[in-house]
Every structure is written in structure tokens, then in C-alpha cells.
Ligand binder design. Sequence first.
Ligand SMILES: [Zn+2]
Length: 189
Amino acid sequence: MNDDERFMREALKQAERSAAEGEIPVGCVIVRDGVIISRGRDRRKKDHSVLSHAELNAVKKACKKLGDWRLEDCSMYVTLEPCQMCSGAIVQARIPRLYIGAMNPKAGCAGSVLDMMHEDRFNHRVYVTYGILESECSEILKSFFKKMRARSAAEKTAKSEKAEIVEIAAKAAKVSKPEKSEKAAGTDE
Ligand SMILES: [Zn+2]
């Protein structure tokens, strides 16, 4: 396993933690001089904050640790292509190197919807490597959403079954009690 995969695997561990907490499984680590200086994971639900993406959480911790808003000697490893907000933070923090696991065709801004990493009109460009442990990074998201869909389908079924039972019970209550059968069990042989 090379260093890129080793660090992406650490980002994946963060994604796994998010999934276990019912959050979208996206994880991130920031590396400086070959050492992980911060980790981040998606915690939007827990933090009640749209800002609580894996990348922003990792950037905040790294800035605090280094005592600087610039992360000029750092590399970021993230399991999913960053959105417009996180891509903005990466450019703003002047992170020079970005390693991405899976692409995000619907919201990614490192080449999918927009390419904020290679925009000549910005004062900073990011060197990006794509597809590090891509299948694992995408699989964790796919299985998370599959589970979520199965759960919501099960909840729907349970709800409609409950409604059906209530309906049947209501109907049964309306029907008057039938007369006791004259033929008791065992007498009709
Ligand atoms: Zn983001």
C-alpha cells in the first residue's frame, strides 16, 4: 500500500464513523510532512450545521493546530469530491495538494459540476489526484444510501400495516357479535 492509499484509508475510517452515526459517510484527513495533523467527518445532523462537512471540520482543526489560516504545506485526502463550499475553503486555505476518492457528479466542484481547483481566475490552484481507493470510497456511500432506502421503505410498510390493522379493528368493532353457534366443537360427527 502506498502513502496515498494509506492516508485515504484513514479518511475512509472517518467516513465509516460518520455512517455509524447515521451521517453521510464522507471522511477527510490533512497531512503535513507525512503526518496526519487533522481528521474530519461529516457531522451535519449531530452539529445541526450545514457547515459540518468532513473537509471543513478537518480544515478547522488543522488551522487551529498550526495556528495559521493558511495550510500551504498540507495535503488533503477526502473520500468524496468536495462540494462548492469545501472547494472554496481548500482554495482559500491555499492547500496545494488534494487527493480524491470518488467523484460526485451532482455536487462536486473539483471537476464535476465546476472545477474550482483549476480556475485561472482565482489566485490559487490545487494539484489534484483523482481515484484513490475509488471503489471503496464510492461503495461506502452506495451501501449507506441503500440501507437508508430500505429503512424508509420498511417504515412505510410498517405504517401502512398499522393503518390496516386499525381499520380492520374498527370494522370488527362495528359488526355485532354473532350468536353462539349451536354446533359446539366435536358434536357434529
Ligand atoms: Zn463540502
